[in-house]
Design a protein around this ligand. Structure first.
Ligand SMILES: Nc1nc2c(ncn2[C@@H]2O[C@H](COP(=O)(O)OP(=O)(O)OP(=O)(O)O)[C@@H](O)[C@H]2O)c(=O)[nH]1
Length: 189
């Protein structure tokens, strides 16, 4: 499996709500990005591609690439990651979900059907397109979106053959996003 999947870890963006780079926040003695890389390793080995301009992330020892086109949000990060990827199947994770586990990521990959362009997750009515599996050919769709300055990821997924997986209740807290100082302070209390 190792050589067949690339993990694309989205770690760029403005982080306006948090005010600092979310990947470098610390939880249980490890940065968010370190926690997520540890969860990814049993699934993809060392084939982790971090999409970010932050050189601090090089210390983790994985590949890092900067957005080809800046300031396009997650669609821009996905476009760069998929352009850089050498595999058809790509496991995408955002850097703001520090509780994600190998178990959930493995389940997600196993439930991806290679005839689908995207498999995303959801809990109740809320979809989480940034915890998903993307076919490399989605780079074409995202390239067109960027060219047209239409940056709505959820809409792009609706327009292609996709699958939405309901995350089992026992794992629902793993999709918790940490986006603000208040959310972060609550974790460390
Ligand atoms: N590479 C890359 N990643 C991005 C970009 N924008 C957002 N992300 C990542 O996508 C995920 C979701 O990002 P958001 O929370 O929507 O945006 P953000 O910039 O992190 O934060 P806000 O400015 O507070 O909205 C996070 O993991 C970000 O690191 C971008 O332009 N490039």
């Amino acid at each position: 499996m190792e050589n067949k999947i690339t993990a694309i870890l989205l770690a760029g963006g403005k982080s306006q709500r948090m005010g600092t780079d979310k990947g470098l926040l610390v939880l249980n003695g490890k940065t968010f990005i370190h926690n997520i890389c540890d969860a990814l390793k049993p699934v993809v080995g060392s084939n982790i591609l971090i999409v970010s301009a932050n050189k601090e992330y090089d210390k983790l020892g994985f590949s890092r690439v900067e957005d080809i086109i800046e300031n396009k949000g997650p669609v821009g990060g996905l476009y760069t990651g998929l352009k850089e990827s050498k595999t058809k199947v790509n496991l995408v994770v955002s850097v703001d979900v520090p509780f994600v586990t190998t178990e959930l990521l493995q389940w997600l990959v196993e439930n991806h059907n290679e005839t689908d362009m995207v498999t995303q997750t959801k809990i109740g009515d809320k979809t989480s397109p940034l915890i998903g599996v993307y076919d490399r050919s989605m780079k074409i769709v995202f390239g067109e979106q960027i060219a047209g300055n239409k940056l709505k990821l959820r809409q792009a997924i609706e327009d292609v053959k996709h699958r939405t997986l309901e995350v089992p209740e026992k794992w629902s807290s793993q999709l918790q996003n940490i986006n603000t100082q208040e959310e972060y302070q609550n974790l460390t209390k």
